[in-house]
Design a protein around this ligand. Structure first.
Ligand SMILES: *[C@@H]1O[C@H](CO)[C@@H](O)[C@H](O)[C@H]1NC(C)=O
Length: 291
């Protein structure tokens, strides 16, 4: 038994904490919320896992991919992202050279052999050289064990900006047709997304066997955020900093973001990123951003 684990691999585990967190803290991501909750809950409740859970999160910057990984980690491990069972690799930092992948495979093996319920997060997949990710394929596959190590209870999460523009186009079309963004379904995006990253040389997943061997369980789209979501992020961040949430300040901060496309100005170009630094710049008396 691993005492540091919170809820993972309990029987009849509903991960209610995760559900509440997703509902209250993640804004504008109805598809991601639903798919993630179901994927993770099903995985942890399965009596015997046949393969590790592999999730690929896609979306433009600031839409909540990293944030969601933190939510997952904090609902699974007591120490959240600081848990010794959670490993985050930032591509540009850890993989400047192809040879590094070998060290890194050793890390995965070493860590999973001491705790098979480990979680590995690969950030900035789109910066990974083409073909590199294939070398971790054996870890993600349907093997009973390899060299005495079983990866079937491990969670792998890939984060990528690749596919973000495609998602944005779909969201924009819905918007232009006057449809509610909540009507967008996973099926409107999932196949497009997997095709796009497979065919894009700069996605980190170009022609990867992880895709054509169906080793990625879910491609999860993160929609571009609108003004109202940025506004909610600002209020949440104020509460987070023990400030009195203030609608006017949230408005000022949300207005200061850049919205695209140029004409329609629907989606925040950086999502909810930089909210924290914008909040710092707000004069508490005038409730205006300092020049
Ligand atoms: C586990 O992973 C970390 C990186 O997160 C690495 O520094 C460490 O050496 C790994 N442990 C083993 C036993 O391989």
């Amino acid at each position: 038994l691993v005492p540091e684990l919170l809820t993972l691999y309990c029987t009849n585990c509903r991960l209610t904490g995760l559900q509440v967190n997703l509902e209250q803290k993640l804004f504008g991501q109805h598809i991601a919320s639903k798919v993630l909750l179901k994927a993770v809950t099903d995985f942890v409740n399965k009596k015997t896992q046949k393969k590790p859970l592999v999730l690929s999160l896609h979306g433009l910057t600031g839409t909540g991919k990293n944030f969601v990984s933190e939510l997952l980690a904090s609902n699974i491990y007591k120490k959240g992202m600081s848990s010794s069972f959670v490993h985050q690799f930032v591509t540009t930092l850890h993989f400047p050279h192809i040879s590094k992948i070998d060290i890194y495979k050793q890390w995965i093996k070493g860590n999973v052999s001491s705790c098979d319920r480990s979680m590995f997060i690969f950030d900035e997949m789109d910066k990974m050289p083409p073909g590199l990710i294939d070398s971790i394929k054996p870890f993600l596959d349907y093997y009973d064990n390899q060299d005495g190590v079983s990866y079937r209870r491990t969670i792998f999460i890939f984060l990528s900006n690749a596919g973000g523009e495609t998602i944005k186009q779909v969201a924009l079309e819905f918007w232009k047709n006057g449809k509610d963004r909540e009507e967008i379904q996973l099926s409107d995006l999932e196949e497009k997304l997997s095709l796009e990253v497979f065919n894009n040389k700069y996605s980190g997943m170009w022609h990867t066997s992880l895709i054509d061997k169906y080793l990625i369980d879910f491609f999860i789209p993160f929609l571009p955020l609108e003004y109202k979501h940025v506004h909610m992020c600002a209020l949440a961040e104020m509460a987070n900093q023990n400030m009195e949430p203030d609608e006017d300040i949230a408005d000022e901060v949300a207005k200061a973001m850049i919205y695209s496309p140029k004409e329609e100005r629907v989606f925040s170009s950086k999502g909810c990123k930089e909210i924290t630094s914008k909040l710092v710049q707000v004069d508490k008396k005038t409730k205006r951003l300092e020049e």
